[in-house]
Design a protein around this ligand. Sequence first.
Ligand SMILES: NC(=O)C1=CN([C@@H]2O[C@H](COP(=O)(O)OP(=O)(O)OC[C@H]3O[C@@H](n4cnc5c(N)ncnc54)[C@H](OP(=O)(O)O)[C@@H]3O)[C@@H](O)[C@H]2O)[C@@H](O)CC1
Ligand SMILES: [K+]
Length: 493
Amino acid sequence: MGAVTADEMRALEEAAFQKGATAASLMTKAGRRLGLAIARMFPRPGTAVAYLGKGHNAGDALVALGVLRAAGWQVVARASRPLEECADLTRAMFEALGGVTVLEASPDVVEMPRPLVLLDGLLGIGANGGPRGTLAALSREMNGLRRTAGARVVAVDLPSGVDADTGVVHPDAVIADVTLTIGVPKRGLLQAAAVHAVGALGLVPVEELRVPEVGDLALISPWTLAAGREPRPFDFHKGRAGRVALLAGSVPYSGAAVLAATGALRGGAGLVTLHVPVEAHALIAAKCPPEVMVRPVSDPRDLLGSRFDSLVVGPGLGEADGDTLRELLEGCSVPAVIDADALNALAKCGGVAGLPSHHVLTPHPGEFARLAPDLTGQPREAAARLFADRSSPVLLLKGARTLVTAKGKPLWCNSTGTPGMATGGQGDVLSGVIGALLAGGMESLDAAALGAWLCGRASERAIAAGASEESLSAGDAAAHLGGAFRDWREGTR
Ligand SMILES: NC(=O)C1=CN([C@@H]2O[C@H](COP(=O)(O)OP(=O)(O)OC[C@H]3O[C@@H](n4cnc5c(N)ncnc54)[C@H](OP(=O)(O)O)[C@@H]3O)[C@@H](O)[C@H]2O)[C@@H](O)CC1
Ligand SMILES: [K+]
């Protein structure tokens, strides 16, 4: 599934009408699923305030409000104008809901049950520029409650004031924690300029909308990427789950190796062997989970004589010799994840462009700048595409909206994650998870995309389970990978 402009979205809607769908049936389905997604996101019911514009975006928010009320939430509305002036269908949804109070002033949040969730139903794809007049005032009110009263903002379809096509964020745009987009991702939501306003992204499926095949831009979500959905056959065994070999760790960076090995274990590997420098062996072996086999290695090239189904090279490796690593990676007939210090070492001696195409590079922005100094200053998306066009391996460029791409492939944008992931060790876990998916036989691009989604989702789950954005650690996130796999299979995020 690709991403669409607002005009393309309206054409899809029109085509659905031609086939017998009605605006009311689409709105009811979208709004119900929106409400269910919000209820899943917040484990205990609190208060939901729907902020209403005059178009159908507000209608979606009202249907969702009904679902939340049935799930035990206290619900109220805040309207930009008298309901009689709204679109007919939106007014009908309000009347069908019955008995919802429309607040005349900013909600008095002190006595409201928490969590406090604000639904942004001010503007959807019918928006023409940023919010004006009363809508601008309501947008500022939502942003204020988010900043100062712990409210969480869920944008319906798109945050009001974010351009659906370009991602330009207008002054007075709503800043969302989560955007739940209806039917098909809008192109603007995937632009780097919009990431801070869009937040985490979810897709609300609407089967009546005949969605386009993947184009040049796509969202990583259970509805858009087929990989990894099938359950394991009952006669599965650890040989099929696959062997992951890691070359990681050093005396100063022992924890990175342990986290990467943990990621491989929790990512589904059948066997995990961690190869570490001789002098770091005792230290790392003492910290590793008992399921991980820790082996000393004096020359990385020795690994070429071992049997494994995927390789992870780099986390915590410290200063490494790029030429030796290149020999290992060029000679490696199975896919490898190349991360952290391995990327830095390779950047110093010839780069990574010619490495085999089944390998996966996982740089953060600093490592990417060392791999491709000539692309510094380019927008992230353009830099990722240019880099992929001239390199063989798959690229996973980390960031608040992690990007995954390869030569001739679409730019896949991740939909999960939280600002809590801005902490050391998350990348190490990710490299191990991707290694495990590769060892299980997944295609390299799919493994990179799914790995990014799973790690983002595991962090979201750790926060929902009680961590905060400040307290979240990479180890907490790894402990929630199980729930993340379930969400992927069930399509419940
Ligand atoms: N597509 C689909 O398949 C489905 C779509 N669905 C939903 O419908 C949504 C689109 O609904 P929509 O077309 O009614 O537009 P929406 O954005 O709610 O309101 C626009 C109104 O706001 C006004 N206005 C515009 N700009 C403004 C501004 N800057 N500042 C202030 N006011 C402004 C403008 O009025 P005007 O100013 O022109 O008088 C206009 O009338 C879509 O996002 C999704 O949520 C689902 O229900 C089911 C499937
Ligand atoms: K909205």
